[in-house]
Each structure stands twice: as C-alpha cells, then as structure tokens.
Design a binder for this molecule. Structure first.
Ligand code: PAF
Length: 284
C-alpha cells in the first residue's frame, strides 16, 4: 500500500526501519505530473530494490526568474493514483518550507562546476546548481541504496553521477531509458504545454538527432558540420534551437580521436515550450 509522507523525520524513520530488516531502498526523485517515463523509472527501482520511495517536489531553486515554476503542472492526486498502481511504497511530498526552512534563496548550495555551466546550464544559468542541491538534500533525507534517473535529461544524469562520486555517496545511480510516444516524441511533463500544431512538429527534434546518429554510424566525423546541420533542421521545423551538440557520452567533453561513445544533445523552444532530447551513439 502506498503511503504518502511529507515530513523529513517521518521518512527517515520509515527508511531506518526497512534497513534494520535488511531491505534495500530504491529512490526515484521527480517533480510530479507523472507520465509513462516516470513509471518506467519506478519499475526499474522496484527491480533493483526491496522498497521504493518516489519524491514529488517542484524545486524552486532549479527554476530561473523567467521560467515556468508557477505554471509547472502540479497533479498530486493523479500522481498518487499512478504511484499506487506502480506499487511504489512511499510517496515523499514535502512542502517548500520542509525542504528549505531557511528560504531556498539562502540555502547552502552544491555545484559541479565543470558540468553545470555548459549546454543546458549555459542556457539556464543556476539550473544545475538547483538540481544538484535538491538531489543532494533528497539523498541525505532518503539515504537510498539505488537511485534511478531518466536518460532523457542526460546532462542531469551525468551531473548526478559526478556528485555522487565527488561527495562519496554510497548510492548506485541507474539510468532509465527514455520512453517515447508512438511518433518518437520523448514523454515529458512539459509536452502538455504544446498546442496541437506544435505537438505535430515536436517529434522533429528526435528526427534531427537521428539524422546525426545515422551520419555518425556511417563514419562522418565532421562534428561541426553535423551540429550546424542539426541546428538548421530544427530551425526549418519551426524550433528556436538553443544547441545541437555532439559530446563524449561519459563526461560531455568534446569528442576526441579515440572517443568510442558520443551523445548528441539538442534543445530548443517550440512556441513557448522548451523541449530537449538526446541520442547516444557507439562509434568505431
Ligand atoms: O528531473 C527532475 O524531475 C528534477 O530535475 C529532479 C531530479 C527531480 C530534481 O528536482
């Protein structure tokens, strides 16, 4: 039976009791408005652990002043039903005051300096400091053995892996494959902002990534040309692209001669909605 907890002390007590019984704890942090992508992360956590905690917290610290914090969809009742169906054990849904008792603006912060300012972080300054801070706090609260993050937010996944390593946290970070709609569009809470016309255009983001992937698999190594072509494809489709970039999959540095795995990452606005996606490619 799913239990909803809102207080840090209560969830700590619950997790401590599980641990005393030798149970492994899995964790899926979310901002709610759950969709099939999140549910597949819950399933993965269930396969890797005996008990699963899912957090729903719209973290103000990771939104910029002109971003969608106020209009971000909050659907806690529906989320609760989905999590009960997915057989999660605990929904942790704290208030902002519970998470940031001294005010989020004044909170101590966690930074991963070399990764937080590039790509998504270049377009959204401060975003990854907000993410790294809240993920560290949630890890301190839940103290999971395993945490699952979606590959759709690839840079976030790389940053979380780095912070776990750098801050010596005894947590295994698992990557959950991106779940897509019938036409290839990655599930995202922000898809609901799209108009019907924009929704038809949105899969072109994934198409552009796949054009680059195909070229890479066929041996193309002129990364600059591929990046430019990707930006143009997105513009033609009606996006205002922020970046279309080919990076090493492990650390998001530019690829070198001996790089074996790259990730092509792209993001841009379609109308007022920002979408992002990526594809990984093994190269010979
Ligand atoms: O990916 C998200 O939903 C958020 O960035 C996360 C990891 C829950 C932190 O607020």
């Amino acid at each position: 039976m799913l239990e909803t907890l809102t207080r840090i002390q209560t969830i700590r007590d619950r997790v401590r009791a599980w641990r005393q019984n030798g149970l492994r704890v899995g964790f899926v942090p979310t901002m709610g408005n759950l969709h099939r992508g999140h549910l597949s992360l819950v399933e993965q956590a269930r396969a890797a652990a005996d008990r699963v905690v899912v957090s729903v917290f719209v973290n103000p610290l990771q939104f910029g002043p002109n971003e969608d914090f106020d209009r971000y969809p909050r659907t806690i009742e529906h989320d609760t039903e989905l999590l009960a169906g997915a057989k999660a054990d605990v929904l942790f849904a704290p208030t902002t005051f519970e998470m940031y008792p001294n005010g989020y603006e004044r909170s101590a912060r966690v930074d991963v300096p070399d990764l937080a300012g590039i790509l998504e972080g270049h377009v959204r300054p401060g975003h990854f400091e907000g993410v790294a801070t809240v993920v560290t706090k949630l890890f301190q609260i839940v103290q999971p053995d395993v945490a699952v993050f979606g590959e759709k937010d690839y840079q976030q996944l790389v940053i979380v892996r780095r912070l776990v390593q750098d801050l010596c946290m005894p947590i295994a970070v698992l990557a959950g494959a991106t779940v897509r709609d019938h036409d290839g569009l990655a599930f995202s809470s922000r898809n609901r902002y799209l108009s019907a016309r924009e929704r038809n255009v949105a899969p072109r983001l994934r198409d552009a990534l796949h054009v680059a992937r195909k070229a890479l698999l066929e041996g193309e190594r002129n990364y600059d040309a591929l990046q430019l072509a990707g930006l143009r494809d997105l513009q033609k489709a009606g996006f205002a692209p922020d970046y279309f970039s080919i990076r090493q999959a492990a650390d998001l540095l530019p690829p070198r001669e001996d790089t074996r795995e790259v990730v092509v990452l792209a993001a841009g606005r379609l109308g007022t909605t920002r979408l992002l996606d990526n594809v990984r490619v093994q190269i010979r």
